[in-house]
Design a protein around this ligand. Structure first.
Ligand code: SF4
Ligand code: SF4
Length: 167
């Protein structure tokens, strides 16, 4: 995987929708085959993709899906902004339909116009870990990752490369 063409969120969603059938087929195939080297292959694709692609040219995740916030995230962000956690929560946090703490606005209130993160060194754990394609046991998050193809061009590309190898 040499280059990743940047997709607008709309193009990416359209491409994800177009490829849903082959993505479902891939998930079924991998469930049956359970390839031993799947994690190594996905991690290789992840590293290769992020060598070529800068999140600063994208920020789709920060613009469209917020992270879940833990109490520790809220404490760290409040400290970063030099305000009390209660004040931080009042100003920036809401509770979603699953009962999780999330930012109360999209794009994220800490996303700067040049796509940098205003709180980068204290950003939430979920932001650090997104899009999760470098974690162990990829198979456990394959359905979540398939959903992330709608948002993240790197994840989309990883799925297309997996299809070339396993379909
Ligand atoms: S805190 Fe930073 S990394 Fe996380 S969504 Fe907001 S801008 Fe993006
Ligand atoms: S993690 Fe994915 S969606 Fe988020 S900025 Fe990077 S490439 Fe874009």
């Amino acid at each position: 995987m040499k280059q990743i063409a940047y997709n607008t969120p709309e193009e990416l969603l359209a491409a994800t929708n177009k490829n849903r059938k082959s993505t479902s087929l891939l998930i079924k195939k991998l469930a049956k085959k359970k390839p031993k080297n799947l994690d190594d292959f996905v991690h290789h694709l992840h590293n290769e993709a992020f060598e070529d692609f800068s999140c600063l040219n994208c920020a789709n995740c920060c613009k469209t899906i917020g992270p879940r916030l833990t109490h520790r995230d809220i404490d760290k962000l409040a400290k970063h902004l030099k305000i009390k956690p209660v004040a931080f929560t009042e100003q920036y946090v809401s509770v979603d339909e699953d009962g999780d703490y999330v930012f109360n606005a999209h794009p994220c209130p800490f996303l700067l116009p040049d796509n940098h993160c205003m709180v980068y060194e204290n950003r939430p754990k979920a932001c650090r870990e997104y899009p999760h394609t470098n974690r162990p046991r990829f198979y456990q998050i394959i359905k979540l990752s398939a959903k992330n193809c709608e948002t993240c061009p790197v994840v989309f590309r990883i799925f297309e490369e997996l299809k070339k190898k396993f379909l």
